[in-house]
Design a protein around this ligand. Structure first.
Ligand code: BGC
Length: 420
């Protein structure tokens, strides 16, 4: 009698508990019973961090035990970009100074003053060229505005000696390419900016540098190509790589083929309940494996995977013509009996971002099939978080989440939904 009663109580309690799991107020879980807050989550491309100080948002990065960030090594890539520009200038010093005034002038398109990648690239170029100035222990990454006379405070003139001849290097102008609606890394804005700059000091511009290829190509097509001014970008988008044959100076591959794989792979591993290194540093059963230290590095403390960058110039661009091709080392299909189909919600913060839409998303779409993931791709407007979070109305429908924020400070806009 007593035993029966206890059993009944347990049954009722279990039912109540499972109802909390499924009920609308607790909205917390999907049919498989896992609470949204416990589902695998990957941040990618925009690392949760303070957009003024760059400090990582450790709360977001440790949202649950299956939370990671996937991006690329911003500093290593930025250094490469800076060196690439410097090498080019050194090799072409005799002819690069178009108006022969002894000043090698460059303009710089800045993507987003609050984005770690953008900050690193601005610093990388300024430190390699010697135009950087110190601000609180790091190279100042603030836009200079126009600096045709060399009087700006956030940059300085540098001196470069090549074959016994001295040149001044000057950042003639730089600005954040943000449109009036608030979208950053905005290619059209960069196209307009080069128009404005060249109208007043075009003959002084010897080199064009950009935080990414989207803006770089816009400036190249609007002006630099016709005027034979080398333009340097970042991302190795297919159109930029092809333009190297037409005078685009070079770009950096941030190994998007490795990043897109890692973005989905860390989710897949968590969903399969296997070690997170499976198919990454350790071969999976299909034979997928990356090389740590060559393809990527992992920081356990930062919960972050960083793909490594490669410079793409006239010397090697033939190897990079298709930016959407899956990486050979991780191109093998997973066995669906062991890694069954799962549903992933994934957003792209700005559907018209050149890199994300022309390189990253096509790669994700190639890998989702190989990894047996059914991914819903949500394209944002690049301006407001709510445009995206409004479309995360029913997280219970999904097994895992991949998030690309508009602003790196805004992780809580997403985690608060998963915590509900
Ligand atoms: C890319 C840019 C892109 C930005 C978006 C960067 O890593 O290099 O091209 O616009 O991410 O967040």
């Amino acid at each position: 009698m007593k035993k029966k009663k206890i059993l009944a109580v347990i049954a009722a309690a279990t039912m109540a508990l499972s109802m909390v799991g499924c009920g609308s107020s607790g909205g917390g879980s999907s049919s498989n019973g896992v609470a949204n807050k416990d589902k695998p989550l990957v941040w990618y491309n925009r690392q949760p961090s303070n957009s003024s100080t760059g400090e990582l948002d450790k709360t977001a990065l440790n949202f649950n035990k299956d939370t990671y960030y996937v991006g690329f090594d911003a500093n290593q890539g930025a250094e490469l970009q800076g060196e690439m520009v410097l090498d080019y200038i050194k090799k072409n010093a005799a002819t690069i100074d178009r108006n022969g005034d002894g000043v090698i002038g460059y303009v710089l398109a800045i993507g987003d003053i609050g984005h770690n990648d953008s900050i690193a690239r601005t610093r990388g170029v300024r430190s390699a060229l010697g135009t950087g100035v110190d601000a609180n222990g790091a190279v100042d990454s603030a836009p200079a505005g126009t600096n045709v006379d060399g009087s700006a405070k956030v940059v300085q003139d540098a001196t470069l000696e090549v074959d016994g001849k001295k040149y001044t290097i000057r950042e003639l102008a730089s600005q954040e390419m943000k449109n009036s609606a608030g979208a950053t890394w905005d290619a059209a804005t960069a196209g307009n900016a080069i128009g404005t700059w060249t109208a007043s000091f075009g003959d002084q511009i010897d080199v064009v540098v950009s935080n990414n290829d989207g803006m770089g190509m816009s400036m190249f097509n609007a002006w630099a190509k016709d005027n034979k001014v080398p333009t340097f970008g970042y991302d190795a988008n297919s159109d930029a790589v092809a333009a190297i044959a037409e005078g685009y100076g070079g770009t950096i591959s941030q190994h998007a083929d490795v990043q897109a794989y890692l973005t989905l792979r860390v989710l897949r591993n968590a969903l399969d309940g296997v070690d997170v290194d499976t198919g990454i540093g350790t071969a999976d059963e299909a034979g997928n494996k990356l090389d740590e230290g060559v393809d990527y590095r992992y920081s356990a403390e930062e919960r972050s995977y960083y793909a490594l960058n490669i410079a793409v110039t006239a010397d090697n661009y033939q190897d990079f013509t298709d930016s959407t091709k899956v990486y050979d080392k991780v191109s093998k299909q997973l066995d669906a009996s062991k890694s069954p189909e799962k549903k992933v919600w994934l957003d792209i913060y700005n559907a018209s971002d050149n890199f994300l839409s022309s390189t990253y998303q096509p790669l994700l779409q190639n890998y989702d099939d190989l990894l047996n993931l059914k991914v819903d791709y949500i394209g944002g407007d690049g301006q407001t978080e709510s445009n995206i979070t409004n479309r995360l109305g029913n997280p219970g429908e999904y097994d895992a989440f991949a998030i690309n924020m508009v602003k790196t400070d805004n992780a809580a806009s997403y985690t608060s939904i998963l915590n509900k």
